[in-house]
Design a protein around this ligand. Structure first.
Ligand SMILES: [Zn+2]
Length: 135
C-alpha cells in the first residue's frame, strides 16, 4: 500500500496570489503554477537564509524532499523569468500552521480570526469576501 503523502508545513502564505511580468501582454494561458510548499522552500532557503537542513525541519519533510521542492521552485522562477510567463501560487500538498484568510476587498492577509470572519482593515462583513487560503 502506498504511504499517504505527508503534508508539508507552510508557516505563512505569500502576500500575493502570484506575479505578472512587466512589458508582456498578459495571457491567461501563459502562467506557471507554483505550489505553496515551493514558495515556502524558496522563502526559507533564499529569503530567510536557512540551510536546507533547517528548512526541511521547519516544513517537516526530509532533506532530499526539501531539495527537490526547492529545485522545482527555482526552475519555475527561472522559466517564468526567461520566458516572460506569470506565476500563479496555488495548491500543493501542504498545511498552514493556522487558518489564513485573504480579504477579497482590500487583499489583506488575515491569520488571527477567532469566530467572526470580518476583515479588520476595511470592515467588510461579508463572509464571502474573505477567502480561506486552505481551500
Ligand atoms: Zn479587507
Amino acid at each position: 500500500m502506498p504511504r499517504p503523502k505527508k503534508k508539508r508545513k507552510v508557516n505563512c502564505p505569500p502576500k500575493m496570489l502570484g506575479f505578472k511580468p512587466f512589458g508582456i501582454r498578459f495571457c491567461d494561458t501563459e502562467h506557471i503554477v507554483m505550489q505553496y510548499e515551493e514558495y515556502e522552500a524558496v522563502k526559507l532557503v533564499v529569503y530567510d537564509s536557512f540551510s536546507q537542513g533547517i528548512a526541511a525541519e521547519k516544513m517537516e519533510v526530509s532533506r532530499p524532499t526539501l531539495t527537490r521542492i526547492y529545485n522545482s521552485a527555482l526552475k519555475k522562477i527561472a522559466q517564468a523569468f526567461v520566458e516572460g510567463k506569470s506565476i500563479l501560487i496555488k495548491g500543493g500538498n501542504f498545511e498552514f500552521e493556522k487558518d489564513w484568510y485573504k480579504c477579497n476587498n482590500c487583499f489583506r492577509l488575515i491569520g488571527d480570526i477567532t469566530n467572526s470572519k470580518v476583515c479588520g482593515d476595511c470592515s467588510s462583513d461579508e463572509t464571502t469576501e474573505l477567502l480561506n487560503l486552505k481551500e
